[in-house]
Design a protein around this ligand. Structure first.
Ligand SMILES: [Zn+2]
Length: 236
């Protein structure tokens, strides 16, 4: 696979064992242009970086070597893992993002990304359920890659998970505690930063993070029937 090198100095000096690479984390850049984004990702003062950067035209840049820990995830958790930087590769996908002007992801960009993910999954034996978005591992702080990111398409190419298209009969939650069931389900899926025992002001953020990933047409922050059903199907 061809990469354009554009090295960033922002990584932990100690090299890691390649066996530690278990996750791929997808980000969007959330900045005005590729030039501005890469400048920041290379600036020693910014203390942020990624391993791979995919431009809107599909070009792939390599910024940090795989055996180095790049600084892309920040405070993050997934299942029993804290600080995902140690065990992941970070892939930045160029997009202006929610705070500037959230864009659709061009086909060329997504095809390059899928190609890259396939190569990395094979190389490091990464499981498709460990291909995650930044908002999955930091749902209270992050929105990327967001509801326009085609997770269902990635899943159809075997590089991400999606829920099974099953009909659930007699799945009536009216008399049950919807909140409790939903949060139990997403905890089981891997989401953290949630309060299982009682309502929290963070609830809408967590619900939206889940919806951005699995129900992108309905980012409401409310536990609708469909939201609840999908959370249930994903635990299967
Ligand atoms: Zn990010």
């Amino acid at each position: 696979m061809d990469f354009i090198l554009n090295k960033s100095p922002n990584f932990s000096k100690r090299a890691r064992s390649l066996k530690n690479i278990r996750f791929l984390i997808i980000h969007y850049t959330g900045m005005q242009s590729a030039r501005v984004s890469m400048k920041k990702l290379k600036d020693p003062k910014s203390k942020v970086s990624c391993h791979y950067f995919i431009k809107r035209n599909g070009e792939i840049y390599r910024m940090v070597e795989d055996n180095k820990v790049a600084w892309h995830a920040g405070k993050s958790k997934w299942k029993d893992i804290n600080d995902l930087n140690e065990s992941s590769l970070g892939i930045e996908v160029q997009n202006k993002g929610h705070y500037i002007a959230y864009q659709n992801f061009p086909k060329k960009q997504i095809f390059s990304l899928i190609k890259l993910i396939k190569v990395l999954m094979k190389k490091y034996k990464i499981k498709k359920h460990n291909v995650l978005g930044h908002s999955d591992i930091a749902p209270l702080r992050k929105l990327d890659p967001g509801e326009k990111f085609p997770w269902d398409f990635l899943s159809s190419k075997g590089v991400a998970i999606w829920y099974p298209k099953l009909k659930i009969k007699n799945f009536d939650y009216k008399h049950e505690d919807r909140r409790k069931i939903f949060f139990k389900n997403i905890f089981k899926i891997g989401y953290r930063f949630l309060n299982l025992s009682k309502k929290s002001k963070n609830d809408p953020k967590l619900i939206k993070a889940f919806q951005r990933r699995f129900l992108p047409e309905e980012v409401s922050g409310k536990i609708t029937d469909k939201t609840l059903k999908i959370s249930h199907l994903l635990t299967k």
